[in-house]
Design a protein. Structure first.
Length: 98
């Protein structure tokens, strides 16, 4: 049995944050252009987006959906799924902010 399958969550780790499931269409805008995305889930510190042709890991991106725009960086990418870490935590009513 491999020990590499287990994930350790450290205090303050963004993965400990409560995720809000959502399925909303929007755009990811970068210096390379604008791409259509689906916002799959989010928390105060980041989001999971679905889309193709998005910037590579470490690149800046502006996530825009109706009523919300937030700047962040691509943290990970896998088969059309991408994780975005926001530059500043969101402060929205009803959103847990650990």
């Amino acid at each position: 049995m491999s020990c590499f399958d287990k994930r350790v969550n450290w205090p303050g780790d963004r993965r400990n944050a409560v995720r809000q499931p959502i399925y909303a269409a929007g755009s990811a805008v970068s210096v390379e252009g604008s791409r259509s995305i689906i916002l799959d889930n989010f928390c105060s510190r980041g989001a999971k987006i679905l889309g193709r042709g998005l910037p590579s890991v470490g690149k800046q991106v502006l996530i825009w959906i109706e009523g919300l725009d937030v700047l962040g960086s691509i943290a990970w990418s896998r088969f059309g799924e991408h994780g975005v870490v926001f530059d500043e935590p969101l402060d929205l009513p009803g959103l847990a902010n650990p």
